[in-house]
Unconditional design. Structure first.
Length: 569
């Protein structure tokens, strides 16, 4: 809580949010009490816990305080005044120095009642301070990307690791006999986890072989070897990881699942989903990094083209029907689903999900972990959802006919259903349902939209260079004569520099977004195949994965080599 939070200005801001119906008086009282108890910023509390729109809060603050509102997402990070304020002040008080005019320093802030932050900056810089209101989530993202990496992720030998697993045994006593002996292993594992987060890895692989032990990270979709610790440490490394993820360290004959929670700061934690697998030379462990912030990216950050985004939003706006997302493991299906759920997540909407497992906790959404061992299958969870007055249902994956039939029944009886399948393209998704045994009529009348997706590496903006490829080769790759005649037509290739890895930095989604049109419905009813549906989709103007990838190439976002890697020619 801040020093101004008893002032008339602060009271006016709170009253305005309640009077305009942004939040109920009861919820506001609860938020204020929780923020005070936990000593956290009230704006962060309202956004993170009450699920209020950062834009609405920023606009309300701007009007109430009479201060300018600025879209910080368009601000060039290279212009941040890094030499004026110590980075620790920026990360501690969540402010950003963005402009200086003579003796006046303009700082971006999401909560102008935070007088402690303003005074700290004024004292540190000896300048007059003017505040500019920005949206809290955009400010947090900019700070995380430009400062937190070095300050928060600095390796600390006493770094605190929390375990948060339902199967944890509260009666289990920790063995202190070899704590001193295991201390280097603990520090080594901690450092590997933190380094993986710093590098933006999605997975960590701990792999024992006959003569070596290998640690690899998957960064931007590609595995890279990071370390080769001594082979004699294999058992100790796997035991440490299993202890952290609450697995049975004495059981090495069967696969196990677990979870690790790594606290990076008071307000930020990263979960790791852990799986162990007995191999010929020991247990291989794979850790999937589950960053909750990835579920809050917003649809604009996913890489949809404007017309694709419009189709996605139209499907989400429908009161009933089915929205299916398809693609291989690691193609970003979960992020797309969570993005849709966040858009739909409102106080007046009942949302339930069945997942295997739940990857990221979403406040305000009822999430269920599928557990086949006890009979809690996707179909069993879905049957239960339909008795709980749902508005929106998300099924992690449609794997069998029973789940498909219940999902389609729900979509036909007034519910919005979201789910995934493992197919290569949007047209194949519809024929896959038919091959499962779902009647063609039910598919044609229940499915509204199908999205197939892949993740391609982004070209580094610092070092990419124009590619010289013969015209005939470009035509064979899928470009059209119209594409090549565009005045601004230019494709780029990777180079590699200190700012990237092999010429790439980050990833972008490539999508095939296919609305089920009357023509496509007719083809489904006539038991047409995937090729006929694909032709109808093309006639309707929906780009397939290959074409969407080529569009990204023409935009300079990715390379032709990368599109060839993730899509079919």
């Amino acid at each position: 809580m801040t020093a101004l939070q008893g002032s008339p200005r602060f009271t006016g801001f709170i009253r305005r949010l309640v009077e305009e119906g942004v939040i109920s008086a009861e919820d506001m009282r609860s938020a204020l009490a929780h923020a005070k108890q936990e000593k956290i910023d009230i704006v962060a509390e309202l956004i993170n816990q009450q699920q209020l729109s950062p834009t609405v809060i920023a606009e309300t603050i701007s009007v109430e305080f009479g201060e300018p509102l600025f879209d910080i997402s368009v601000y060039d990070p290279a212009q941040i005044l890094r030499d004026i304020i110590d980075e620790k002040l920026i990360t501690k008080h969540r402010i950003l120095p963005i402009f200086k005019n003579s003796s006046i320093l303009y700082i971006a802030i999401s909560n102008p009642t935070n007088i402690e932050a303003i005074d700290a900056v004024r004292f540190s810089t000896k300048l007059n301070i003017e505040t500019i209101i920005v949206e809290h989530n955009k400010l947090e993202k900019l700070i995380e990307q430009n400062f937190t990496e070095e300050s928060t992720f600095e390796f600390d030998e006493d770094f605190d690791l929390d375990v948060d697993v339902e199967s944890a045994d509260p009666n289990k006593e920790e063995d202190d006999s070899n704590k001193g002996e295991e201390a280097p292993i603990v520090k080594y594992i901690n450092k590997l986890l933190i380094d993986a987060i710093r590098m933006g890895a999605s997975d960590l692989h701990f792999e024992p072989y006959e003569k070596i032990y290998r640690v690899r990270y998957r960064v931007d979709g590609v595995l890279r070897q990071i370390a080769t610790p001594p082979l004699q440490l294999a058992n100790r490394l796997s035991s440490r990881l299993k202890v952290m993820s609450q697995m049975d360290i004495s059981e090495k004959r069967v696969p196990q699942d677990g979870r690790i929670k790594l606290k990076l700061s008071k307000n930020k934690a990263i979960d790791f989903r852990v799986n162990s697998l007995p191999t010929l030379f020991g247990e291989k462990l794979v850790l999937r990094i589950l960053d909750p912030s990835s579920a809050m990216l917003g649809i604009d950050a996913l890489g949809y083209e404007p017309e694709q985004k419009e189709l996605f939003m139209q499907a989400l706006d429908k009161p009933q029907g089915m929205l299916l997302i398809t693609g291989p493991t690691g193609s970003g299906k979960t992020v797309s689903l969570y993005t849709g759920l966040n858009i739909l997540n409102r106080e007046d909407t009942n949302i339930s999900t069945a997942e295997d497992p739940v990857e990221i906790n979403l406040q305000g959404i009822n999430q269920v972990n599928v557990n086949n061992k006890v009979g809690l299958t996707f179909s069993a969870a879905l049957k239960s959802f339909l008795r709980q007055d749902p508005d929106i249902v998300m099924v992690g994956e449609i794997r069998d006919l029973e789940t498909a039939e219940i999902a389609i029944k729900a979509a036909q009886t007034g519910h919005m259903v979201m789910s995934t399948l493992h197919t290569n393209s949007a047209p194949e998704t519809l024929t896959r349902l038919r091959n499962m045994g779902v009647p063609s009529f039910n598919i044609a009348t229940s499915v509204n939209l199908v999205i197939a997706q892949r993740l391609a590496r982004r070209l580094c903006s610092q070092c990419k260079k124009p590619a010289d490829i013969p015209k005939q080769s470009l035509l064979e790759m899928g470009f059209t004569e119209i594409d090549l005649q565009q005045p601004e037509f230019q494709i780029y290739e990777p180079v590699g520099c200190n700012e990237c890895r092999e010429g790439y930095k980050g990833r972008v989604g490539i999508y095939e977004v296919m609305k089920v049109t009357p023509e496509i419905s007719r083809i489904i009813m006539e038991d047409g195949n995937a090729l006929e549906i694909a032709d109808a989709s093309a006639r309707a103007g929906f780009n397939n994965l290959r074409r969407s990838g080529l569009v990204k190439v023409m935009q300079g976002v990715t390379s032709l080599q990368e599109v060839n890697r993730v899509t079919s020619e």
